[in-house]
Design a protein around this ligand. Structure first.
Ligand code: SF4
Ligand code: SF4
Length: 356
């Protein structure tokens, strides 16, 4: 067996490609098999049925690339700055989804690194992955020395926090690993994310997706249980609360620096100037064309029209709990009485108008 090549030139290629951090871990089987299986068996993945598939691959990247010896992990930072005060009736968007679709942005540069390495090591295999392959990416990132996994289950890089997007290259090339193999606990006795989670989705180092606002607004394609409506607050797509409260994301001296993730603020279809939210009244009136226009080049296109309008109905209902808005109330009443509305949207409106 050949000895591993030095990691530094490879890390330099990653930096050249604009990644904020990178590391190398030996490709091997996960130590999280029991917890992943228990999480899946208890149904905490909700409607994300794809997580049940390829579990063996997820647990060992060597199933993805036969004879893989290393995983190169890269991270992009996105802007985690606190939001400026948003206009009334704002439906907030999780920060990672405010820029252009990160899959496209990262994939292009990851392929550049991969192609460069391929030309240097023509006999080896390099497979770039950004959310497209079943990899336990936070675990491999932690194994590569990029940080530790917090109680909210996200990767925390101690000097820059958790506003990170991850990508990997699985390769047959043996590379010197960069991690120590030690698990870092970035949390200690802190429980801020657990205490702040509006739907009690977090138990230490585990998130029940079926309770998480991020899952409910982005992945859950059926009705959202009314018991979670108030917990959704202003969030129309995703939720950042557990990251906002994390001490590793404050102060924001580093998160205020230029993000590598390009900001994007479309001022069409009810989006506010900062790009952080949509006017929920506008979203209630969206057609498929409006949705397409608003989500062009965005990772938000994952949310179908009925889903984003369902979310807007719920957020509008939360606004009406706090302040009267006759136009918004009348629009919800109209949707509730309109038999031509999709059931997903109408049922949420009926629930809210009957309640208030
Ligand atoms: S994203 Fe929001 S709902 Fe989900 S675990 Fe974090 S704080 Fe809770
Ligand atoms: S808020 Fe506290 S407990 Fe949660 S991930 Fe951050 S440090 Fe860990």
């Amino acid at each position: 067996m050949t000895s591993p090549v030095p990691s530094q030139p490879i890390l330099d290629h990653c930096l050249d490609a604009g990644f904020a951090a990178s590391g190398i871990v030996v490709a091997g089987s996960s130590r999280h098999e029991p917890s992943l299986n228990a999480w899946l068996e208890s149904g905490q993945h909700g409607e994300m049925g794809w997580l049940e598939r390829n579990v063996d691959v997820r647990l060992d990247p060597r199933q993805l690339v036969p004879d893989a010896r290393s995983v190169i992990v890269v991270a992009d930072r996105y802007d985690g700055s606190p939001d400026v005060p948003l206009p009334p009736r704002s439906g907030r968007i999780a920060r990672y989804a405010r820029g252009r679709d990160y899959h496209t942005h990262m994939k292009k540069r990851l392929h550049q690194v991969s192609d460069r390495l391929q030309s240097m090591y023509p006999g080896e295999t390099f497979r770039a992955c950004v959310d497209t392959a079943p990899i336990l990416e936070r675990e491999v990132a932690a194994g590569a020395g990029l940080g530790g996994i917090g109680k909210h289950t996200l990767l925390i890089e101690p000097s820059v926090g958790s506003w990170l997007l991850l990508g990997e290259i699985v390769t047959t090339l043996a590379i010197e690993p960069t991690g120590s193999g030690e698990q870092i606990d970035p949390c200690g006795s802190c429980t801020r994310c657990i205490d702040a989670c509006p739907t009690d989705a977090i138990t230490p180092w585990s998130v029940d997706a079926t309770r998480c606002v991020s899952y409910l607004t982005i992945e859950h394609r059926s009705a959202i249980d009314p018991s979670f409506h108030s917990g959704m607050g202003e969030w129309i797509f995703g939720c950042d609360i557990c990251q906002e409260v994390c001490p590793h994301n404050q102060p924001t001296n580093l998160t205020a620096s230029t993000p590598t993730h390009e900001a994007y603020a479309a001022r069409t279809s009810g989006r506010d100037e900062s790009g952080a939210s949509f006017d929920v009244g506008a979203v209630l009136d969206w057609t498929e064309e409006d949705r397409r226009e608003a989500f062009t080049t965005s990772s938000m296109k994952r949310a179908k029209l009925d889903m984003i309008r369902r979310n807007a109905v719920i957020v509008a209902g939360n606004y009406l709990q706090a302040a009267e808005d006759e136009d918004l109330r009348n629009r919800l009443i109209e949707i509730a009485g309109d038999e031509t509305e999709p059931a997903l949207v109408r049922d949420a409106a009926i629930e809210i108008t009957c309640r208030s």
